[in-house]
Design a protein around this ligand. Structure first.
Ligand SMILES: Nc1ncnc2c1ncn2[C@@H]1O[C@H](COP(=O)(O)OP(=O)(O)OP(=O)(O)O)[C@@H](O)[C@H]1O
Ligand SMILES: [Mg+2]
Length: 317
């Protein structure tokens, strides 16, 4: 069936403000000078959308922003990433959200002001869209509090219309980790290691993988500079991270997700999906900002030819 879009994403759209250097705050009016300030396109849904768009997929992105500087900036950034911003509603009664990152290389503190993020709801979803795209990706269910109750129905509608479905939960600020009603609808589940441990209510990674991999046809666990693991039934593949200079890891996971989904939708073998995803993330982490450095398909593929630590493949443990 030919459809006008490959990817449907309905989610948050906001910038990140990234401070680098002496970023551990001291109170009592102490004035600290930081090394760098960057205002960048952010948010998991939008970074993922930009990533798959740059990989050549056609993206239908629904969202909500305020009629303000950050909202206008993000609409322009979407356009620059090749995404039509017509499905982003501008509501003057809302303020666009923002993330403030205090970044120290691989490690960062994140302050999120939700604003319009918490107002994105099923009102931003046109049911016609389910017959117009091939795959639904859901990111940040814990931030999208008004959309959260509609997510199981969205996933069900997507499947009924012949779409496949992926989820990256990202962190739950409330640390409740309630995802049972979402897990049952997934084709791909893409948490990072800490998120997987929290969702599985386990301290041991292998036990968490064993517990959750039986509930998702494909489970991909992102492990930062330690790489990633993908499990599909009895098949298991591990990919170390590429060794590259790191400027900023914001959006590494979302860009990784974009590479993985793009390769998976092309029917690539699991090992190839993981390698392309790792290449996409490695190219991103060399730059500050979520959208910056994200590769095209050809750039990611060329990068996978670089020397890479050894692969581990084999049956699931
Ligand atoms: N320092 C690094 N060097 C090379 N690759 C990296 C580095 N950090 C992350 N990556 C790549 O990015 C992938 C995803 O990173 P990570 O585990 O940080 O995801 P995440 O926590 O979901 O990120 P996000 O902050 O976008 O939510 C890793 O599996 C790895 O391939
Ligand atoms: Mg993540």
């Amino acid at each position: 069936m030919s459809r006008p879009y490959d990817l449907l994403i309905v989610g948050e759209l906001n910038p990140d403000i990234i401070l680098t250097g002496d970023v551990i705050p001291r109170f009592d009016q102490a004035e600290q000078l930081v090394d760098d300030l960057a205002v960048c396109a952010g948010s998991s849904s939008a970074i993922f959308a930009a990533s798959v768009s740059k990989m050549g997929l056609r993206v239908l992105f629904g969202s909500l922003v305020g009629d303000d500087l950050f909202g206008r900036y993000m609409i322009e950034e979407l356009r620059r990433a090749g995404i039509d911003p017509s499905f982003v509603e501008v509501n003057p009664a809302l303020k666009t959200g923002a993330g403030v990152m205090l970044s120290r290389g691989q490690n960062r503190a994140i302050f999120t002001y939700l604003g319009a993020i918490a107002a994105v709801s099923s009102a931003q979803v046109n049911p016609v869209w389910y017959s117009q795209a091939r795959h639904l990706h859901v990111a940040s269910p814990f931030l999208l509090s008004a959309l959260r109750p509609a997510m199981p129905a969205m996933m069900r509608a997507a499947h009924e219309a012949g779409m496949t479905v992926s989820l990256d939960t990202n962190w739950d600020p409330a640390e409740l980790w309630a995802v049972d009603d979402l897990l049952e609808h997934l084709d791909l589940f893409l948490p990072n290691e800490n998120e997987l441990l929290a969702i599985a209510r386990e301290h041991d990674l292998e036990r968490a993988i064993a517990r959750i991999s039986v509930r998702a046809p494909v489970l991909v666990v992102k492990r930062g500079e330690r790489g990633a693991i993908a499990v599909r039934g009895s098949e298991r593949v591990e990919a170390p991270a590429f060794q590259v200079p790191v400027a900023d890891t914001t959006g590494a996971g979302d860009t990784f997700d974009g590479g993985f989904v793009a390769a998976w939708l092309r029917g690539e073998p699991l090992q190839r999906c993981l390698l392309l995803a790792s290449a996409c993330a490695a190219l991103k982490v060399g730059h500050v900002g979520g959208f910056v450095g994200q590769p095209t398909w050809d750039e990611a593929e060329a990068f996978t030819g670089r020397p890479h630590p050894t692969w581990t493949t084999g049956p699931s443990r």
